[in-house]
Design a protein around this ligand. Structure first.
Ligand SMILES: [Zn+2]
Length: 242
């Protein structure tokens, strides 16, 4: 029988666990929705209340813990075709996309921007992502919110976005395969920042993200100021790949 891993670990939130497709779910594990797009489902544990996304695998599946605030968006994603209006496409073309690798092993084409969301107003730290996989898992877990293409009213450049050149440098970082993206960005006052994660935005002191330049390569032992991005400020806007 498939049991809830969070319950089996004394209620600790387990990020993911293997779901054996030839075994029955525990009695209090209930399916709360189906996603036609990737033939998967969303489940809820009646005991600890954790919500999970069932990611399909080749033999067995993986249950991925889901932030309850993102559940509605995931269910809508699974049952809708999401395309962007042509006017928005023009803006995104100017911003320039980069391919971001995700834990699922598939790259998505991503664009940092500022968006006006229906009923929510303007948000400065949005990432529009053209992706064939569900918005669930590590990259999305702590995000501020997840919205879908049809919830976007307007798209603009964000003043917190890194330049396309800086994002390309991160994308091409030497140790990308190990989820390690050492990239040096230099500010106009010659201060050098070390970025270690894939990121689209930059916010530190009075520095302006678009002014940071790619001038030199990262060197072990170099004198840099480490920059840690805050995933909690990110809002994802999910599109179908097209
Ligand atoms: Zn549980």
């Amino acid at each position: 029988m498939n049991n809830c891993a969070s319950c089996e670990n004394n209620g600790m939130n387990v990020m993911s666990f293997t779901w054996f497709t030839d075994q029955e779910p525990a009695p209090n594990f209930k399916k709360i929705g189906e996603l036609a797009k990737d033939n998967s489902s969303v489940w809820s544990c009646g005991k600890c209340g954790t919500t999970y996304y069932q990611r399909r695998g080749t033999v067995n599946d993986t249950m991925v813990s889901l932030n309850p605030a993102h559940c509605d968006s995931l269910l809508k994603w699974g049952n809708k075709t999401l395309h962007l209006a042509p006017t928005h496409k023009k803006t995104l073309k100017e911003i320039g996309g980069i391919f971001q690798g995700f834990v699922v092993g598939i790259d998505a084409l991503t664009y940092p921007c500022r968006c006006k969301i229906k009923g929510k107003g303007w948000l400065d730290f949005c990432i529009v992502s053209f992706q064939p996989f569900a918005p669930a898992g590590f990259e999305f877990e702590n995000a501020e919110a997840i919205y879908l293409a049809d919830e976007v009213e307007e798209i603009e450049h964000s003043s917190f976005s890194l330049s396309r050149e800086a994002r390309h440098a991160l994308e091409a970082a030497v140790e990308r395969d190990r989820d390690f993206f050492p990239t040096i960005l230099t500010a106009p006052d010659k201060v050098k920042f070390l970025l270690l994660n894939m990121q689209h935005f930059f916010q530190q002191g009075n520095y302006k993200a678009p002014e940071l330049k790619v001038i030199e390569q990262w060197q072990e032992g170099g004198q840099y100021i480490k920059h840690i991005p805050d995933r909690r400020t990110i809002t994802w806007i999910i599109m179908n790949p097209n």
